[in-house]
Write a protein of this length. Structure first.
Length: 132
């Protein structure tokens, strides 16, 4: 075999091998990895005062701060949070104490049901209900 023939054979076999590899090697789609949403573990989300109010207060004090007709008949001194006079002169701590410990014989306290942060969030929400 001459050198020229040998070189030609190597080139032909090499090309055939490349074509064979290309035909038999599967092409892989790019790997896509879902990235998790990272949230700091040391920071807690503040309680939603509106949701807490709706869950615990609206049955008596109404959805938007005005007591229901039934509550007005049932409870002589129920607070109407839509009236400025209801909250006038009261500090946040006064309101927190009322929710935590209850008010009179009709309103039971929520200290065993809600956290301090949840009570404070509900109080902050109640202050947004004043209309006049």
């Amino acid at each position: 075999m001459t050198t020229r023939t040998l070189v030609a054979a190597v080139v032909i076999l090499s090309a055939a091998g490349t074509a064979l590899n290309a035909a038999t090697t599967p092409t892989l789609a790019p790997l896509r990895v879902a990235r998790p949403t990272l949230r700091p573990t040391s920071i807690r989300q503040a309680p939603n005062g509106r949701a807490i109010y709706r869950e615990n207060c609206k049955d008596c004090h109404g959805s938007f701060g005005a007591p229901t007709k039934e509550s007005l008949r049932k409870y002589e001194k129920i607070a109407d949070f839509t009236k400025r006079a209801t909250l006038e002169g009261k500090t946040d701590q006064d309101l927190i104490d009322a929710v935590t410990n209850g008010k009179g014989r009709d309103m039971k306290g929520f200290k065993d049901k809600l956290t301090a942060a949840e009570i404070e969030a509900a109080v902050q929400y109640v202050k947004t209900l004043v209309k006049n």
